[in-house]
Ligand binder design. Structure first.
Ligand code: TYD
Length: 209
């Protein structure tokens, strides 16, 4: 990881079904409406490694080491191709999942968190300005996914997501950045308002400097 110059990097995180993709889009739309230069990204990306990852995740058989290797490759490509160039141009970059997902998910599947952090440092992955963790109990998130007819039904998955959630709730320990835990059981509008409240304060503070 490395500290960044110019631009603002805002990350939306949370377990599957927490609503972060919806909130990332709403935040991006709000930034544009307010006149900011903004870009909306997501990981896994639609690049070479991201596509391989999605295919392999669908098949359900992806060993933790291999998943970690692919998520890291996808991230390095995203950082070099999209994130750093946008930050250099002074954009507000909103990203739906970033290395915090790797800490939480690959950490929960047994990859040592110290290793995840030192690998990201080695590759100079920029540290975010704000990380929003959309927090929701795993069973509630799974119910939402079921309502959306997304494929999610095993109890094992619930246990895994609860493990991921625990790491998310403690992620401030591992990264030197502002982490805001948001109660994602609240409705879409309330969560959005809470997010833009923090973001507008952060952005106006920056402008005053
Ligand atoms: P997700 O955001 O759900 O993508 P999509 O909306 O396209 O399905 O991400 C897919 C899965 O990848 C999700 O279960 C979380 C997982 N993931 C990791 O395990 N590590 C990571 O570093 C990232 C970015 C995602």
């Amino acid at each position: 990881m490395s500290s960044k110059s110019g631009g603002t990097l805002i990350v939306l995180e949370g377990i599957d079904g927490s609503g972060k993709s919806t909130q990332a889009k709403l935040l991006y739309d709000w930034l544009i409406k307010e006149g900011y230069k903004a870009v909306l990204l997501r990981e896994p990306t639609n690049g070479k490694y991201g596509r391989i990852l999605r295919e392999k995740l669908k098949s359900g058989k992806l060993p933790p080491d291999e998943a970690y290797r692919l998520f890291l490759l996808d991230r390095i490509e995203d950082v070099q191709t999209n994130i750093i160039p946008a930050l250099k141009k002074g954009y507000v970059v909103v990203i739906d999942r970033y290395f915090i997902s790797t800490i939480a998910y690959q950490g929960a599947s047994g990859i040592p968190i110290d290793k995840i952090i030192s690998d990201h440092k080695k590759y100079g992955v920029p540290i975010p300005d704000i990380v929003f963790v959309l927090d929701i109990p795993a069973d509630e998130a799974i119910n939402r996914l079921k309502r959306l007819k997304r494929n999610f039904d095993s109890f094992e998955k619930k246990d895994f997501l609860e493990k991921v959630r625990k790491i998310y709730l403690n992620v401030g320990r591992y990264i030197p950045t502002l982490v805001i835990i948001v109660d994602a059981t609240r409705n879409v509008k309330e969560v959005h308002e809470l997010i833009i409240n923090h973001v507008s304060r952060f952005l106006s503070g920056e402008k005053e400097e």
